[in-house]
Ligand binder design. Structure first.
Ligand code: FES
Ligand code: FES
Length: 151
């Protein structure tokens, strides 16, 4: 089947298999490998994207379900070569080690700060609870969220 979506502000169409995930379509059909595939089971959040402004795990959404909808991936957050403030905060806080979790965390953080510009530690914890990181111990990630919030 053919789907037409808006990805990062641009119209895009692709021929897909009915059973494939939005994550697969983003990475393999639309050439956007920023969203990572770590578990493909909705457990890790590395594939987090915005679907019509809502944070979702792209591995749990069928590409067919996204037909006619708007998607923002980590590639669409910044403006050209300029990093999004959340991305810059992750760099400045040293919140990136292997980086595999980072795109999902950045998208989840951007979604949180859009909703709650000055989140409490509890709100940060809750908002990022679906995003797993095996490297950082989360301290630097929390620092990055606070930094981005303060800016
Ligand atoms: S790859 Fe989607 S939640 Fe892990
Ligand atoms: S930085 Fe490696 S999993 Fe988070």
């Amino acid at each position: 089947m053919r789907i037409a979506v808006t990805v990062n502000g641009e119209r895009a169409e692709a021929e897909i298999w009915e059973g494939e995930s939005l994550l697969y379509a983003l990475r393999e059909r639309f050439g956007l490998p920023g969203s990572k595939n770590a578990c493909e089971q909705g457990e890790c959040g590395s594939c987090s994207v915005l679907l019509d402004g809502e944070l979702v795990c792209a591995c749990l959404v069928l590409a067919a379900q996204a037909d006619g909808h708007e998607i923002v991936t980590v590639e669409g957050l910044g403006a050209g070569d300029e990093l999004h403030p959340v991305q810059q905060a992750y760099v400045d806080a040293g919140a990136v080690q292997c980086g595999f979790c980072t795109p999902g965390l950045v998208v989840a953080t951007a979604a949180l700060l859009q909703r709650v510009p000055e989140p409490s530690d509890y709100e940060i914890r809750e908002a990022l609870s679906g995003n797993l990181c095996r490297c950082t111990g989360y301290t630097k990630i929390f620092d990055a969220v606070r930094l981005a919030s303060g800016r």
